[in-house]
Design a protein around this ligand. Structure first.
Ligand code: PMT
Length: 215
């Protein structure tokens, strides 16, 4: 299969020396890209800035902002059989990026933020993607209900939900515990290394893609 994977954070510039970002090391998304490539698939990794090495055998498209990630996904998704959205995309960006460093003038500074595009949420209706679609959900409460809402709203076949309020898993960590949320059921993958969870998620993606192909 040909797959696109998004990973890492996005950076939304405020001025030439500052940006807004989301917490994400990229480890979960890179583990997915690595596991997919090891399983023999062709992978394009669209990644925000991370400190990680690109996994062997994976095509790499680096981006900085949510708008750049949106454009990269729009350009490449049409030739993909499946897509996995593990990136932590900033939902808002500064309304305008100052061309010069913002100076300290008052005791407070009010920033105006505008919504970024919902990349995963654009894939079905706006980009017309008909392949297997896997989202992630980073939640701090109501894990299953919130993930199931995202599954339905964004037209996913699977949402991989993680509770990012739990210490030792989720953001930055090498470990995670995930809830696989499918349209008709859910399944817990207990805490383990991200590199051990990823091949397990890959097998579910392969099963979903085979079901879609035979439907
Ligand atoms: O990178 P690590 O340090 O390893 O951490 C892993 C992780 C916690 C970042 C990862 O497992 C994870 O949960 N990724 C999704 C983070 C997220 O932003 O979730 P969300 O619930 O806000 O978004 C839901 C889905 O929509 C995600 O698939 C996200 O990629 C996508 N999205 C969100 C906003 C947006 N503007 N565009 C999107 O495509």
């Amino acid at each position: 299969m040909k797959l696109l994977v998004t990973a890492g954070p996005t950076r939304e510039p405020l001025d030439p020396v500052r940006y807004l970002t989301n917490r994400s090391s990229g480890k979960m998304g890179y583990a997915m890209a690595d596991a997919l490539a090891r399983a023999g698939h062709s992978v394009l990794l669209v990644s925000g800035p991370t400190r990680l090495e690109v996994p062997d055998g994976v095509d790499f498209l680096p981006v900085e902002t949510a708008a750049e990630m949106f454009d990269a996904v729009r350009r490449h998704i049409g030739r993909m059989d499946a897509a996995v959205f593990a990136a932590a995309v900033a939902d808002y960006r500064p309304a305008a990026a100052a061309s010069q460093k913002i100076k300290k003038t008052g005791e407070t500074l009010v920033l105006e933020l505008v919504r970024n595009p919902d990349i995963l949420g654009s894939v079905r209706d706006e980009f017309g993607f008909n392949g297997t679609l896997v989202g992630f959900a980073a939640e701090t409460e109501n894990l299953e209900a919130n993930a199931r809402d995202k599954l339905q709203r964004k037209g996913c076949d699977l949402v991989v939900a993680n509770d990012v309020s739990k210490p030792g898993i989720g953001f930055d960590s090498d470990r995670n515990e995930v809830l696989l949320v499918f349209p008709a059921h859910s399944e817990v993958l207990p805490e383990d290394e991200k590199h051990h969870l990823a091949p397990r998620i890959v097998r579910e993606i392969e099963r979903l893609a085979a079901e879609r192909a035979s439907a």
